[in-house]
Design a binder for this molecule. Sequence first.
Ligand code: 5AD
Ligand code: SF4
Length: 462
Amino acid sequence: MDRRRFAIRTYGCQMNVHDSEKLSAVLDGAGLSPTPDESQADLLVINTCSIRDKAEHQLYSDLGKLRQWKAERPGRLVGVGGCVAQQVGDRLLGRFPQVDFVFGTHNLRRVPALLRDAAAGRRAAWIDEDATRGRFDLPLARVEPAGGPRRRAFVTVMEGCDMFCSFCIVPSTRGREISRTARDIEAEVRALADAGVVEITLLGQTVNAYGRHDVRRGRAEDAGTMPFAELLARLDAIPGLERIRYTSPHPLFFDEALIRAHGELERLCPQVHLPVQSGSDRILEAMRRRYDRRRYLGIVEALRTARPDVAITSDLIVGFPGETEEDFEQTLDLVREAGLVDSFSFKYSARPGTAAAGLGGEVPPEVAQDRLERLQSQQREQTLAYHASRVGERARVLLDGASRRGGGQVMGRDRHNRVVNVDLTPGTTAGPGDALDVVIVGATPHSLLGRPLAAGNSPDPR
Ligand code: 5AD
Ligand code: SF4
């Protein structure tokens, strides 16, 4: 008999993308085959995001449309996982008859059982917090990306968040901080490198908080963890790897050892995505971020000293309750002073159950929109200036596939994590997974343009 086929729709952050990869491996192990084409699928899983109101609403809009998808072929099943599933739980089953099962962010391993029950007509939700490391014991994601060998991979080092920033729903959807053992992480990275992966991105909600609770209690050795910078040094020694990245660090745990690592470790990329959220001390305090702008700018300066070409990017929120024009101008100012190469910026969205949801001082939507546009337009200029400063440099580009710009261009990322489009010289071919050495010949606010240098197998330049 044909294997049943599944498709996964993924919303939200890289943790969700990676959870979908893990779920693919779990479903594969349970005898189903992946398909990118939902019209061919027997099972559709929606991996949801609830970081902002809009992301959550995406689920409800998807579910509306899925009634038709289910009606087209009897026996089709719909599962909902991720942060909205964790938050709403079995109420999703009550509200949406088209949902067959619900699983929380710690319950990927339960999906085959949920699926069996659902196929037998028993709908269920499973959202228990699993505070054990057992939940990391998942099969390695084996599914190859379409069209090329797997060269880049995510590796979870910690999950959960104990920071409780006042605006953020993550501590309630992802649970308490828990770190994997360094030995498990190292084994996974070695296995990936042996299988041809050259770039890894270490993942965690506050990735550089890795092991911190164990280290603070003096029990890191027993727990098998260590400070984040030491973990990086261990991974840096693994043969075959060319690039190590991590996301997202929290400024509070950005210690000197981590800054030093950026000056010392060969494979650690000259790129840090370091969310700041606001440039106003008053707002940072109300956000419960536990650092001030001086401290943030101090980290940036120290990083630049350790690694002069480091590309720093960030996340920013505008329109947090009580944010004045003056607070906002301090954000604009910080973006300039920190020399942010790029940033993601968002309008504040009140999330249920968070401390900020109860604060007064709402910023009118049109004011927040205006601030968002001003911030983004300043960022565009800064990004363009940074890209322009790179023209004439050499870079190595790890290719992802065809360029969005079409016209036979390919695109990939350089060590600074910038998108580089490359015009292939006529007669040459290169595809996903290949590395190309280029000279940067053009810049836009979105990407760099590269021209291939003569072919050769030079090592990834630092
Ligand atoms: N409203 C707007 N943006 C938010 N973020 C997190 N919570 C909210 C919220 N309630 C943003 C932060 C975070 C990024 C992943 O999403 O900038 O770093
Ligand atoms: Fe959310 Fe703050 Fe935790 Fe980041 S550190 S996930 S913003 S609570």
